[in-house]
Design a protein around this ligand. Structure first.
Ligand code: ATP
Ligand code: GLN
Length: 147
């Protein structure tokens, strides 16, 4: 499959430190997407089972058995990932790379600003709450100590 990249975007509005990447994807691609995100240091992901329809109008998809339509809605999974601004494009590229089949129904990605992040266990806010043990900051500090 040829590599497809989201067209470059000059910036995000409104301006924020954190953004939510919300992807509506094929259920049978979720495992592949999440393991790729894990490899790049993403440690926090929320998924929900959803149903929807887009341009295809919710008609049954060609991939027999893997998805089905019910009341004109197609079964999808919504994946939500809150990341710092500098990780947004990398996350989008990875999702496209892993979720795309080229067929109608591959899904859509929405990006929106997030005002703050609060870790319930500690009360930490902002960057401290966003950083995850074993996440990208840990991975890059390991990398920089060897150079
Ligand atoms: P702690 O260190 O206290 O465990 P944590 O930051 O690792 O805190 P959890 O309490 O494990 O967070 O997270 C609870 C749920 O919140 C997760 O199962 C996931 O659904 C969601 N979540 C956490 N962080 C993110 C994130 N950055 N993006 C999307 N969902 C997240
Ligand atoms: N950027 C965070 C980290 O490097 C991870 C964010 C997330 O998992 N959604 O730890």
């Amino acid at each position: 499959l040829p590599i497809i990249r989201a067209q470059s975007y000059p910036g995000y509005t409104p301006e924020a430190n954190f953004y939510k990447v919300e992807a509506i994807l094929r259920p049978w691609r979720i495992q592949q997407v999440s393991s790729a995100l894990l490899k790049m240091g993403i440690r926090g992901i929320t998924v929900s089972d959803v149903r929807g329809f887009g341009a295809q109008g919710g008609s049954a998809e060609r991939q027999a058995g893997s998805e089905f339509s019910e009341d004109n809605f197609v079964v999808k999974v919504k994946m939500e990932i809150v990341v710092s601004k500098d990780q947004v494009e990398e996350v989008i590229a990875k999702i496209i790379d892993q979720a795309r089949t080229g067929e109608i129904g591959d899904g859509k990605i929405f990006v929106s600003p997030v005002a703050d992040i609060i870790r319930v266990r500690t009360g930490e806010r902002g960057e401290k709450a966003e950083r995850m043990t074993g996440g990208r900051s840990d991975m890059s500090s390991v990398g920089s100590s060897t150079t």
